[in-house]
Write a protein that binds this ligand. Structure first.
Ligand SMILES: [Mg+2]
Length: 428
């Protein structure tokens, strides 16, 4: 009989960013600046004493729902063989089939799936990339975090230089502002500053219509961009295919899509030169591998979105040389750091993902639940962990004079109930 799952622990962490950032979705008033990343962790232990660590994430809303779903279905892992990843994923999927095979439901499963792959690689004594079958020991990496829209162009130029001096191999800047001429001014200034040899990308975060994207794409053909990212709505596969056919600069998209069929549609329509899957968003490594096989068959490169801690392994195991996005936002959550040199990120040589939660991470934990026995201490199935140093978040928005506000209430109540959800006009 094989090894068995002895315990499963889920955690919800809110990791603050050093500085809030704004992309085109903020510039068009659709979102607030991003100030934290919410992370759903999954820690699995086995009877043989092995441990697996996986995680999923959200920007802005959604992680509480991921945590709730994981808490609801996670107990079925107990006593099962953790090497049977396909069977376990299938069981988790069908346990929540009523809420679908994409979005929050499968993103909750992603944390489990990544933990199971991490555990399997540790059992083999191999880095995850080698368990999957590596093609290389390092991957090309580019920086995104220095190119957001709230930063003046002089700061973007300075941070780009800094990134390159630290060994990063390419620079991406945000575009997609309501005034496209401002985008062009910033982009041209950055290209002139960096010279023609530095790989440069732009990301419009879905905020153009088809005509604007085509005009912008034609205007920047001579700048030699590696790709134009998310020029259109994430679900406009036909529009991306039209752009890809019309422009010499490759199109990149896919980070927002949360199911295998959604990503396969981009492949089938020849809508991209660079496909941008995101393992947590698409439901884990298991569904990602289906997408990756089809993307390779279609001769595409991949440029995996965010969570470099997972994606460095998957880019190394993808047949074509591709890109990993360097965003350091989750680094404080982990003890280990990725090594970067000569434009490339080294695949860690530690077993599994090569990650462990930082001792300081507990300060950002909002919730925790654990199933199963853990040797050496009492288990508290279903109990939420205490958060040191802060009061539990009551889920309350806005103060209501003269009484306690109801949980889950939005806006001020003046002579009646408000049903509106208000967002501040703080677009950067
Ligand atoms: Mg992007």
């Amino acid at each position: 009989m094989g090894d068995r799952v002895a315990s499963v622990r889920f955690g919800h962490y809110a990791v603050p960013l050093a500085h809030p950032v704004s992309d085109a979705k903020v510039a068009t008033g659709r979102q607030r600046p991003l100030s934290q990343i919410d992370v759903l962790t999954c820690e699995i232990t086995t009877d043989d004493g092995l441990e697996g660590l996986g995680f999923s994430y959200t920007t802005r809303a959604g992680c509480r729902a991921q945590f709730a779903h994981a808490k609801e279905v996670g107990e079925i892992l107990l006593g099962r063989d953790p090497s049977d990843i396909g069977r376990l994923y299938d069981g988790l999927l069908w346990a929540g089939a009523s809420v679908g095979r994409s979005g929050v439901a499968t993103q909750a499963l992603a944390a489990v799936d990544v933990a199971l792959w991490d555990l399997k690689a540790k059992r083999a004594g191999l880095p995850l990339a080698k368990l999957l079958g590596s093609y290389r020991d390092s991957v090309r990496t580019y920086n995104t975090s220095g190119g957001y829209l709230q930063a003046p162009v002089e700061e973007v130029k300075e941070r780009a230089r800094q990134s390159l001096s630290e060994g990063i191999g390419g620079i991406k800047i945000k575009v997609g502002q309501p005034d496209t001429r401002e985008d062009l001014r910033r982009l041209t200034a950055v290209r002139e500053h960096l010279g023609d040899d530095v790989p440069l990308m732009v990301d419009a975060n879905q905020q153009w219509d088809r005509a604007t994207a085509l005009r912008f794409g034609r205007a920047v053909e001579e700048l030699g961009l590696v790709w134009i990212e998310e020029p259109l709505d994430a679900y406009d596969a036909e529009g991306h295919a039209q752009l890809a056919a019309a422009l010499g600069t490759p199109i990149a998209t896919g980070e927002m899509l949360s199911s295998v069929p959604d990503l396969v549609r981009l492949i089938d329509l020849r809508a991209v030169g660079f496909l941008q899957p995101d393992v947590p968003r698409v439901g884990g490594i298991t569904p990602y591998l289906k997408v990756a096989a089809l993307a390779d068959h279609a001769q595409l490169q991949v440029a995996l979105h965010f969570v470099m801690e997972i994606h460095v392994h998957l880019a190394a195991a993808y047949p074509r040389e591709s890109w990993v996005e360097h965003i350091e936002w989750l680094s404080p959550l982990f003890e280990e750091r990725l090594e970067i040199e000569g434009g490339r990120m080294r695949v860690p040589d530690r077993p599994g993902l090569g990650l462990s939660l930082a001792a300081a991470a507990g300060a950002w934990r909002l919730d925790q639940v654990e199933f199963g026995a853990v040797a050496g201490r009492e288990s508290d199935p279903g109990e939420f962990g205490a958060v040191a140093g802060r009061e539990p978040d009551p889920g309350e928005f806005g103060e209501v004079a003269g009484r306690r506000s109801d949980r889950g209430e939005f806006g001020e109540v003046a002579g009646g109930r408000s049903g509106r959800v208000e967002f501040r006009a703080d677009a950067g």
